[in-house]
Design a protein around this ligand. Structure first.
Ligand SMILES: [Fe+2]
Length: 199
């Protein structure tokens, strides 16, 4: 089998076709997926958004006591800010970037993220290409994604599990020191909290 054959075998149907197939299968069993799907879509668009994580990051940059609580127990700190996490997301581990250390998150098995905090995973995060290569050749993958890190910067790759979720705490850009929290939150991107970008 050539590598292109393998690529062809690994291609999946479009999201729309997969959604249709699941709904058809559920309906065949007498189950109506409509209301549940609509509720999930509403949460994904309005509640599970990267602005939640951006608030956490901005507060951590602004409030040293909160930052200590966030580092010690990310889940408790998120709840303190009024954010929610599903019960099975038992731990939110905060990965602090420094001038010398860069953290990046993946899920080698599937697509796990702290989705209520940093938003639903983008399509590339779920691709076998990213999941398999970021652990083996992280520097190259990050460079391909536009993040060219200095050779002497250490890269730490974190593989998400069912009960342990991660968020990268980006390094605060020096020119933003002293900004109000609300303004700081506007510069924090989803990609910077996954670790495929620095601010
Ligand atoms: Fe996963």
């Amino acid at each position: 089998m050539t590598s292109s054959d393998r690529d062809t075998d690994l291609q999946t149907a479009s999201v729309e076709r997969r959604l249709d197939a699941i709904q058809t299968a559920l309906e065949a069993h007498g189950l109506d997926a409509g209301p549940g799907a609509a509720e999930l879509a509403q949460k994904a668009l309005e509640e599970w958004i990267p602005q939640n994580g951006a608030r956490l990051v901005a507060k951590a940059w602004s409030d040293p006591a909160f930052r200590r609580r966030l580092m010690a127990d990310g889940r408790a700190a998120a709840i303190e800010l009024g954010l929610t996490m599903p019960p099975h997301h038992r731990h939110l581990v905060v990965l602090e970037n420094t001038a010398d250390i860069h953290n990046v998150i993946c899920c080698t098995q599937c697509s796990c993220t702290a989705f209520t905090i940093i938003g639903l995973p983008p399509d590339w995060y779920k691709d076998l290409e990213y999941r398999s290569r970021v652990v083996r050749e992280s520097r190259t993958v990050l460079k391909e994604m536009g993040l060219d890190l200095p050779a002497n910067m250490e890269i730490r790759v974190w593989d998400t599990t069912a009960d342990t979720r991660y968020i990268v705490l980006p390094l605060q850009p020096p020119e933003t020191i002293g900004w109000p929290e609300e303004k700081l939150a506007t510069i924090v991107t989803r990609d910077s909290m996954i670790g495929v970008a620095r601010l």
